[in-house]
Design a protein around this ligand. Structure first.
Ligand SMILES: [Zn+2]
Length: 287
């Protein structure tokens, strides 16, 4: 849920670097022949236009049980997915430098879970198994952490509403406006529970999309785990260094903490401190 600048690498560059790593001269020449036509520019234009309007779900999809179909020119699904698995990812292949550059654009923090995890891999926003033509499309390759990569379902949504957020192309509102919320469960020890609360004026589809993102990446659970660890430290501080603060002073301290860290609006820690600051029970009750 952090915005990333869209990649500066274009599809033609990604393709030609991947193809240049094909060892067998006949196979390499065939790839080159299939992508010789400037049509590959149209493939990228169509991808980007679809991504900007949240229409990627509607691109031609190959069902898992369709087998190894011919997808583009004479290239089968397997030949297109290999462009990524065998000629883009492996260390030592010329395209590997593009893979590494794409990973670096996130500055090490995963944009999908809002900075919980460290970037370890690239994730296909639309899966290469169903959309093999986009296996090395830079705009389809999102740096992410291992947990987000594992949580992600193999089947990409078949509807607009079910699509997760795209850090390169989606509307700014998903990144700039708050839709992650939390509440304090007054128990001993207190627990933070996360849920979604998108702005009222958002369209039903926009609200559904953040719900899909929250669910697919298991963010309620993962944010809760992070908050649990942080909360015990916060309570310790209240008991010791901040023991003389009144509830109002303490609430003010928590509120400042939520904004002073200059975290994105939907970051779990920022949401946690702002929720604690507004919770009268938490601020006045000795835990
Ligand atoms: Zn992540």
């Amino acid at each position: 849920m952090r915005r990333l600048p869209s990649p500066l690498i274009d599809f033609r560059t990604a393709l030609s670097e991947a193809i240049s790593g094909v060892g067998d001269a006949t196979v390499r020449a065939n790839y080159q022949a299939q992508f010789a036509d400037p049509n590959d520019v149209a493939i990228e234009t169509e991808f980007q236009a679809s991504a900007q309007t949240a229409m990627l779900y509607s691109l031609p999809r190959i069902a898992s049980d369709d087998g190894d179909l011919v997808v583009y020119g004479n290239l089968r699904k397997s030949a297109l997915t290999k462009l990524y698995t065998q000629y883009f990812v492996p260390k030592g292949k010329p395209a590997r430098q593009l893979y590494d550059r794409l990973k670096l654009t996130a500055n090490g923090k995963c944009p999908l879970c809002g900075d919980i995890g460290h970037v370890r891999t690239l994730d296909h926003y639309i899966p290469k198994a169903n959309f093999p033509l986009y296996s090395v499309m830079p705009g389809n390759l999102i740096p992410c952490c291992r947990d987000c990569n594992t949580e992600k379902l193999d089947a990409f949504s078949a509807t607009l509403d079910g699509q997760t957020l795209h850090p390169y192309f989606d509307d700014e509102k998903f990144f700039d406006e708050q839709w992650v919320a939390a509440r304090v469960i007054p128990s001993g020890p207190p627990v933070i529970e996360y849920y979604i609360s998108p702005p009222d004026y958002w369209s039903p589809a926009e609200k559904s999309r953040v719900a899909a993102h929250f669910l697919e990446y298991d963010l309620a659970e993962r944010f809760g785990v992070e908050a649990g660890a942080d909360l015990s430290e916060t309570i310790d501080t209240r008991r010791t260094t901040l023991r003389d603060f009144s509830p109002v002073e303490y609430a003010e301290y928590l509120r400042e903490k939520s904004v002073n860290m200059s975290l994105p609006v939907n970051n779990w820690r920022r949401v946690m401190f702002s929720c604690l600051a507004s919770d009268e029970w938490f601020c006045s009750h000795p835990h």
